[in-house]
Design a protein around this ligand. Structure first.
Ligand code: NCD
Length: 329
């Protein structure tokens, strides 16, 4: 059981910053909604959530509030961390996650009607959906905030926030870093969101992928327009010695129309202890997870493997985001 004493609350200054950044009542659909200042603010609140959880496990900041968690695609971390975040803040959850097949969706109900229904019961909706743009459609249907937890091969903004937060926590800064994205840059929505966020910082970016999984042109153009130094390569060997962050991703099997093509590229990369011998002593390895074969399990005991610490940060970031969109205060 989570202990929820009634002491955690935002002071007046924090409350006014929160209002000023305008998250209250807002949807979270894309990373484009965030400025470096609003990110700093969310990260500061996430730090406080971490400290508060360490001290007493939970608080009653969102007591009486209800979150609907609607997942039309599989999820472990994103759904569990939103649920944990809501519950640690004293709120409760309607979980329609692994059970979408048992809901009226399986009777042919439209996304619009499902969303209109859930908003009658809840204060905020978290949605994961296989189609790009679905979160925006849901947001247009609902009067309560909708948070995009992944829309097909589009975006995954809350993951990008926790990724950026993790880099800052692990390396103490964002500016001046060389960040290498490895794997499925074409379909990987976490890469799409994180890449856009990073354009706001003084970073060097490398994109490492096989030809058919290159970063889509619109994202590449955004990076170039922001004046970033960009390198594209097929080979991790080209970046391993200079990268501060290796952001490794799973090849997104579910997005391929031709499975033979998936088979060709699925094992293109594998981060091994031998490869890590060539990495900087203070570099970190990240992964949004789940992993398949792209990181050897022997890397897990390397202190530079940050992916499970990254998972935990997801809960603090989602606590901060839920508090922000619910005006909580
Ligand atoms: C990612 C996703 O769903 O896009 N997972 C996650 O949310 N942590 C990455 C993936 O599925 O490969």
């Amino acid at each position: 059981m989570i202990n929820r004493p009634r002491i955690f609350s935002l002071d007046d200054t924090q409350q006014s910053v929160l209002n000023e950044h305008g998250f209250h009542g807002q949807d979270i659909l894309s990373v484009n909604q965030f400025t470096p200042a609003s990110l700093d603010y969310i990260f500061d609140v996430a730090e406080e959530m971490r400290a508060m959880v360490g001290r007493k496990g939970g608080a009653d900041l969102l007591q009486g509030r209800v979150l609907s968690c609607l997942f039309y695609e599989p999820s472990t971390r994103t759904s569990a961390s939103f649920i944990a975040a809501m519950e640690r803040l004293g709120g409760s959850v309607i979980p329609i996650t692994q059970g979408v097949q048992f809901s009226s969706v399986s009777k042919g109900e439209t996304l619009h009607d499902t969303i209109r229904t859930l908003e009658q019961y809840s204060d905020v909706i978290v949605l994961r959906h296989p189609e790009k743009g679905a979160a925006a459609i849901a947001a247009a249907a609902a009067d309560i905030p909708v948070i995009n937890a992944g829309d097909g091969a589009g975006e995954h903004p809350t993951q990008a926030l926790l990724d950026l937060f993790t880099i800052r926590e692990e390396l103490g800064r964002l500016d001046g870093l060389h960040i290498a994205m490895v794997g499925d840059l074409r379909y990987g929505r976490t890469v799409h969101s994180l890449t856009q966020l990073l354009t706001g910082y003084d970073v060097q970016l490398s994109f490492v992928s096989p030809e058919i999984l290159r970063l889509p042109l619109d994202y590449m153009n955004q990076v170039r327009d922001a004046g970033k130094t960009v390198r594209e390569t097929y080979s991790v060997a080209d970046v391993i010695a200079s990268a501060d962050v290796l952001y490794v991703t799973r090849v997104q099997k579910e997005r391929f129309t031709d499975l033979a093509q998936y088979e060709e590229v699925k094992d293109f990369y594998r981060i091994t202890p031998e490869l890590m011998d060539r990495a900087k002593p203070n570099a970190i390895v990240m992964h949004p997870l789940p992993r398949v074969n792209e990181i050897d399990v022997r890397v897990d005991t390397d202190p530079r493997a940050a992916y499970f610490r990254q998972v935990k940060n997801g809960m603090y970031i989602r606590m901060a985001l839920l508090a922000a969109v619910l005006g909580k205060a």
